[in-house]
Design a protein around this ligand. Sequence first.
Ligand SMILES: Cc1cc2nc3c(=O)[nH]c(=O)nc-3n(C[C@H](O)[C@H](O)[C@H](O)COP(=O)(O)O)c2cc1C
Length: 208
Amino acid sequence: MDFYEVINKRRVVRDFEDKIVPDEVLARIINAGLKAPTHDHLRNWEFVVIKDKKDKENALQFVKQGIEPTLDILKQTLVNGTLQQKMYAIAMPRQYSMLFNSSHLILPFFKSNSGVMHPASVSSLNPFASIWCVIENIFLAATAENLACSMRIPVGEEGLNVAKAIGAPENYLLPCYIGLGYPAKDKPSVEQIEYTAEQKIHWGKWQQ
Ligand SMILES: Cc1cc2nc3c(=O)[nH]c(=O)nc-3n(C[C@H](O)[C@H](O)[C@H](O)COP(=O)(O)O)c2cc1C
């Protein structure tokens, strides 16, 4: 698939077909993640990949309790737009199913330091920024394989609880859960707010 076709096709998907992705495809996608830029040259990233239903239940046991605080955040962010509201209306009821019903549940981890949780400047967040480069590579590689990903951000203590439940070392943090699978054909389409470069580029100086 052409690079720009991949970029334009990539969507967060929350409904999957009941079909297993071959492990060698998963490996290609994780390898694409590992090609991401890295702030310290070390690529201190690890991936817990779960296919078994019981193991998924264990990893996802904290999702439901994280949804209430998410709804509170939503009430504060729903300021200006029905498109955003429509997206949340589709996304919120699927926070568990979009991960449980995936072929492979991927839990990416990055090695943290004290700066990440108490940043003194933007650069203190470099380990966090790097893992998000990894995550985007994973999404794009999945798209190139005609697959798709769901994604959820753990809220409050959720991420720490998941990390403990699956036995991750204490200095590794979970930025999000990723569900990988074949997108369902009858999934609801989520309308996007679209911008063009012309609307967003400020040549020379920031034009108000
Ligand atoms: C930092 C970040 C956090 C997100 N958190 C969630 C989440 O917790 N649950 C969810 O269903 N989608 C989540 N999303 C996905 C967004 O809802 C989605 O990317 C957005 O609606 C745009 O749609 P698109 O990715 O299909 O273009 C998140 C995306 C980002 C970048």
